[in-house]
Design a protein. Structure first.
Length: 270
């Protein structure tokens, strides 16, 4: 049973792009399908396809651009409305009213879930949602704030990672009060793509629980300890170079696992 003060139904907008965000959407879809859940409606805001247009010119014809983000593809498969936006243009973007088609009129709360970890959204967006904005992140915050939390955890040889759901912070990346966390034990063979998939499943279930018990969890939210905060960085092709003189076999294997499915290691043999 829900421990929310409100018996109102929930309309959710997910801001995201990658496979982690797509996995969250897939999990929350089960809640929409359930008659017992508060979650009755989902829409998605995500970046435009690569190239910036919904269609592209091939020869003399305009064809549908197939370079959609993972969450865009998933939302389309599940028949959810997608709002493709350039992240840079969010500053002038008015949040569309959820297209509920007259269902549940006047008895629906709105909330946003942000799966981006490197995007500080304009604060006025929060006022567009009656229950504000939450952030979901694939690490045990305040560790590994930023966009490459999973890669960094594997690369460092961390024994565990997890998922954190917090209030969305408009000032500090990943810096909001923590509502819920779930740990996940990494093993010595964990690869990026499989860890991302598992954390999305764990995170989707955790988010479902948070949304059903939102008032209680917000009343008991915990401030992050800033003295323990660590930040991740963007990795480039230079990080994929194997330097035999400086790296152990373990270093190389961790690097291979951390970027598996993203980038390939390479080396120069003299």
């Amino acid at each position: 049973s829900s421990t929310n003060n409100s018996g109102k139904k929930l309309s959710v907008m997910i801001f995201g792009s990658d496979e982690f965000a797509a996995g969250i959407l897939k999990k929350l879809n089960y809640y929409v399908s359930s008659n017992e859940s508060r979650i009755v409606h989902i829409e998605v805001a995500c970046p435009l396809p690569k190239g910036g247009n919904m269609s592209e010119r091939v020869g003399k014809k305009w064809v549908k651009n197939n370079n959609f983000t993972p969450i865009h593809r998933t939302a389309s498969e599940l028949s959810y409305k997608v709002h493709p936006r350039s992240p840079q243009s969010l500053s002038g973007w008015a949040i569309p009213e959820p297209s509920l088609g007259g269902r549940f009129s006047g008895n629906v709360e709105t909330i946003a879930i942000v799966c981006y970890s490197n995007l500080i959204l304009p604060e006025r967006l929060a006022n567009s949602f009656s229950l504000g904005m939450l952030h979901i992140h694939p690490s045990l915050l305040p560790m590994h704030r930023g966009q490459t939390a999973i890669q960094t955890a594997i690369l460092r040889g961390d024994e565990s990672t997890g998922v954190t759901i917090s209030e969305y912070s408009f000032r500090t990346i990943c810096g909001g009060k923590i509502l819920a966390q779930i740990p996940y034990k990494l093993n010595r063979t964990s690869k990026f793509s499989e860890v991302q998939q598992i954390l999305a499943q764990l995170g989707g279930d955790l988010m479902g629980m948070v949304l059903e018990n939102l008032s209680y969890l917000r009343a008991h939210a915990i401030l992050q300890n800033e003295s323990q905060a660590t930040y991740t960085r963007q990795y480039t092709d230079d990080d994929m170079k194997v330097v035999w003189e400086k790296m152990t076999a373990n270093d190389i294997y961790r690097r291979y696992r951390a970027f598996y499915g993203l980038m390939s290691l390479h080396t120069v043999w003299r």
